[in-house]
Structure formats: structure tokens, C-alpha cells
Write a protein that binds this ligand. Structure first.
Ligand code: PAF
Length: 281
């Protein structure tokens, strides 16, 4: 299996595919791969002749240096998992210097306000970092299609905005959230949870599902109050936010409108680890 660490070598390798109009699918990741990532690769293998995955823990999207330090890095294991799907998948695993050339800073983006909601509010600079790396990776790989999980729904909407604003010729495909059997959304950060916390964290999805039921007959405010009450009963969980927002604009729902599609978004700390999830309402 081919693992590139330098962008020029990857670009040279991809050149002949671009020239012969082979479709290139791309799955950007930060490694510590789980079934959710593998499902993105599987979709890309179905849709495209060539599949590229990047594994790069992008420092500019971390607003918390401890989180960056502790982010799981499991390259050898990741490569084995990728290989088990297909030996044809091309891996790009650059160093921070290879990507940032000694200047590890973000560009500044305007995503028409999408960046000011939820994750953007609680993780200042996060989406500038995501925009910077995703734009760079798209310029290196030049994919026809790129695959993102819906667990990071706000990121998915922001990447779609990035592509439309910068007229990057790539189709963005959002793929369903993968869950553990207890409902916990799969995330690389789950690796840092104790077994007990992993079990208890089923509360997040259970509460999201209950909020969906409640929102059918009650207001957004009443639904939020319910969720806050549920989490206040569980001192091991610290609810950072629960919001009901318009799927498109990500603006908070003040008054329900039949013409809009809403989604519930949540961020919770468990054992100091920040978990996010969302559910279409
Ligand atoms: O979703 C992620 O893992 C990251 O935010 C991404 C898209 C790979 C950019 O670093």
C-alpha cells in the first residue's frame, strides 16, 4: 500500500490519474480511525476509481493545547485498518512542517456566519483551522468527491460553504453517523474514555432521541430545558451546549417554522473529554 508523507510525491503519483480523468475520492481524517471513517472509505471506493485518505492531526484547529497533545495518534494501526479494506487506497500522512512549512497559522475565513454558531462559539478559531487545512488538502489532492461524517455536521456545512465560496471543483458528500451499540457516536476521542464513561455516554444519544419526541409537540425552549434537566441529574456529565438550529443556516430556532428543517446539536464533557453529537428533528 502506498503511504506518502510528502505532497510533491503524492501529487506526482496522482497526476496521471487526473490526466486520464479517473475519478478521485478523498477522505480527510485526523487518524485514530474507527468504523465511521472506514464507512467513508467504503463509500469512496464504491463511487471512485481512486481513493485517497489523509491522516493529519491539524494543530491549527485545536483551541486547547492539551486536547492537541492528547489526541490519539495510531498511524500503524490506521494503515492496517485501511489495508483491510483495500490495498489500493492511497494514504497521505504528512508532518506538520510538510503542511505548514514552519508557519503553523490559520487563514481567516468568512463562512457567512456558519462559523459563529455552536462549535465556533465554544472553540474560537476552530473553523479557521479546519478551513485552512481542508482547502490546502483539496489543492494537493484535487479530488472529484470528498467524504465527511455528519457527526461534525457544522463542519460539513462549513466545508460545503468553503467549496462554493472558493469555487473548488469538488463534490462534498455527507455520510451518516456511525454509533456504538449503546448509541454513542463513534469518535476518535472515544478511545480516551474509560469503559464506564463509554457505557454511561449512551445518555447523550438517548437524550437526543427524547428531545426529538418532545420537540414534536413543544417549543425549542421547552425542549432545551428538558435536556438541561436530564444532564443536571448526572454530575459526571458537563453539558456545554444543547441547541436546536436550522440545518441550513445553523441559526438557533426561536420559533418553529414548518418550512425549516431542524437539528439538535449537543456538546458534553465526560472525564474531561469533549464529545459532540447531533440528530435531525
Ligand atoms: O473531521 C476531521 O477529522 C477534521 O476536522 C478534518 C476534516 C480532517 C480536518 O482536519
Amino acid at each position: 500500500m502506498l503511504v506518502f508523507t510528502e505532497k510533491v510525491n503524492l501529487q506526482k503519483h496522482l497526476e496521471s490519474f487526473h490526466k486520464t480523468n479517473k475519478s478521485v475520492g478523498f477522505v480527510p481524517t485526523m487518524g485514530a480511525l474507527h468504523e465511521g471513517h472506514l464507512s467513508l472509505l467504503e463509500q469512496s471506493l464504491i463511487d471512485n476509481e481512486i481513493t485517497v485518505i489523509s491522516i493529519f492531526v491539524n494543530p491549527t484547529q485545536f483551541n486547547n493545547s492539551e486536547d492537541l497533545k492528547k489526541y490519539p495518534r495510531t498511524l500503524d494501526n490506521d494503515v492496517k485498518k485501511i489495508e483491510s479494506l483495500s490495498k489500493e487506497i492511497i494514504v497521505f500522512s504528512p508532518s506538520v512542517d510538510e503542511i505548514y512549512q514552519g508557519k503553523t497559522i490559520s487563514l481567516s475565513f468568512n463562512f457567512d456566519g456558519l462559523e459563529n454558531q455552536m462549535e465556533g462559539k465554544h472553540r474560537p478559531g476552530h473553523f479557521d483551522g479546519v478551513g485552512t487545512i481542508v482547502k490546502m488538502l483539496f489543492e494537493i489532492v484535487k479530488p472529484n468527491k470528498a467524504y465527511f461524517g455528519q457527526k461534525d455536521f457544522q463542519q460539513l456545512q462549513i466545508v460545503k460553504k468553503l467549496v462554493s465560496k472558493y469555487k473548488i471543483p469538488v463534490e462534498i458528500i455527507g455520510c451518516p453517523i456511525h454509533r456504538e451499540s449503546n448509541g454513542l457516536a463513534m469518535s476518535s476521542r472515544n478511545q480516551r474514555l474509560s469503559e464506564k464513561a463509554k457505557n454511561d455516554a449512551s445518555l447523550i444519544y438517548k437524550t437526543l432521541k427524547k428531545s426529538k419526541e418532545i420537540f414534536k409537540t413543544k417549543s425549542a425552549n421547552e425542549t432545551i430545558k428538558f435536556v438541561e434537566r436530564e444532564f443536571s441529574k448526572h454530575p459526571d456529565f458537563e453539558l456545554e451546549y444543547f441547541e436546536i438550529a436550522d440545518e441550513k443556516t445553523l441559526l438557533t430556532c426561536k420559533r418553529k417554522s414548518k418550512s425549516k428543517k431542524y437539528r439538535a446539536f449537543i456538546a458534553v464533557f465526560v472525564e474531561g473529554i469533549r464529545l459532540i453529537d447531533n440528530l435531525s428533528l
